[in-house]
Design a protein around this ligand. Structure first.
Ligand code: ACO
Length: 319
């Protein structure tokens, strides 16, 4: 498998920390110091389908493929307006593709899970060109009356087109059942047969606990994929770590004893965009021509589940 197209689309509204402190007991100083976030994009006039479609079209254009060349569409998403149809089905209609579609929910690791699924289908010879879209609006399941989670998140979408190739060196997926550290519970319709009254819940996050679990998991995953690929930390050109918190990315970098320029970040302008964070960053680095053909990338992500995932791949797109 190799990536041949990448694109992203962000909401138009830029929300600063000062805008949040107008209605929450928080401050620019607290948010920047604890997380590195200065601004984030939040859906207002547009919707998630529009962003996902825009990102998908940009990735297809970059790949030089038409929507009809796509054999399979995977959409990574944590929550959106629809229970059914799947977001991937809607995206298919919008971009005018004709391919089987599936949504996956691997929380923030969804994009790397998407790469793993695409790689398996390509290796099996079942599909050739696969579109992976990561479209997320975590701001829609945060509690906006409390300061603890909503300040951390932003919305956005990114897409990658992958095809037959040998760029993927190794990929590693994990889930361990820490279901209590991070969850969002949607309220479903009551039926006459339920004897308990189910309650919904906006995003609940045990930030301190998650910080430790996520940093340890990422370091373990990084060590694992490096070993699998017979590489050392120095052999990696760019570490694309899930943009959850600047301090978390820094902790991982310091453990690996690598220079800052190998750990690019955009959390300052995007916040945490869940599974869209790595492909949004990848697209940004591609457009800035930071990623050069032949560079080795290590991706590492972690989130609700608790899930974590990592992959090593060679960048094969022309500058
Ligand atoms: N503004 C001001 N003060 C705040 C805010 C806020 N927005 N939020 C919390 N505080 C206060 C707390 O009430 C607490 O006050 P107290 O000391 O008087 O009790 C104080 O700040 C410290 O709170 P902590 O939660 O201990 O702060 P911490 O340094 O741990 O930072 C944070 C919190 C940013 C959430 C951090 O723990 C973190 O990033 N955790 C990891 C989150 C994560 O892993 N996310 C990624 C996976 S999930 C996903 O991507 C979907």
């Amino acid at each position: 498998m190799k990536i041949v197209g990448i694109g992203s689309a962000m909401p138009s509204l830029v929300v600063t920390n000062d805008m949040l402190s107008e209605f929450l007991d928080t401050s620019d100083e607290w948010i920047v110091t604890r997380t590195g976030i200065k601004t984030r994009r939040i859906i207002s006039t547009e919707n998630l389908v529009m962003l996902a479609t825009d990102a998908a079209n940009k990735a297809l254009e970059k790949a030089g493929l038409s929507p009809l060349d796509i054999d399979y569409i995977i959409c990574s998403n944590t929550a959106n307006n629809y229970v059914t149809p799947s977001l991937s089905s809607i995206i298919q209609g919008e971009i005018k593709a004709q391919a089987p579609c599936i949504d996956i929910n691997g929380a923030c690791t969804g994009f790397i899970n998407g790469l793993a699924i695409a790689n398996a289908f390509i290796a099996a010879g079942q599909y050739k060109n696969i579109l992976i879209v990561a479209a997320e609006e975590p701001t829609r399941f945060c509690n906006w009356q409390e300061r603890d989670t909503c300040v951390l998140f932003g919305d956005g979408a990114a897409a990658a087109v992958v095809t037959v190739g040998n760029a993927l060196k190794t990929i590693h997926l994990n889930t361990s059942s820490y279901t209590d550290v991070l969850y969002y519970r949607r309220k479903l319709e009551p039926t006459p047969f339920l004897n308990n009254n189910e309650q919904g819940a906006p995003l609940v996050m045990n930030g301190r606990e998650l910080f430790k679990i996520a940093v340890s998991a990422s370091i373990e995953d990084v060590k694992f994929v490096l070993k699998e690929a017979s590489l050392t930390p120095d052999d990696i050109d760019h570490y694309l770590i899930h943009q959850s918190n600047k301090r978390m990315v820094e902790s991982i970098r310091q453990f690996l004893n690598q220079p800052e320029e190998k750990f690019p970040m955009n959390i300052d302008t995007c916040g945490n965009t869940a599974s869209a964070s790595i492909p949004i960053l990848m697209d940004e680095l591609c457009r800035k021509k930071v990623l050069k053909k032949g560079d080795t990338l290590l991706l590492s992500s972690f989130g609700g589940g608790f899930t974590s995932a990592a992959a090593i791949l060679t960048w094969e797109m022309e500058d």
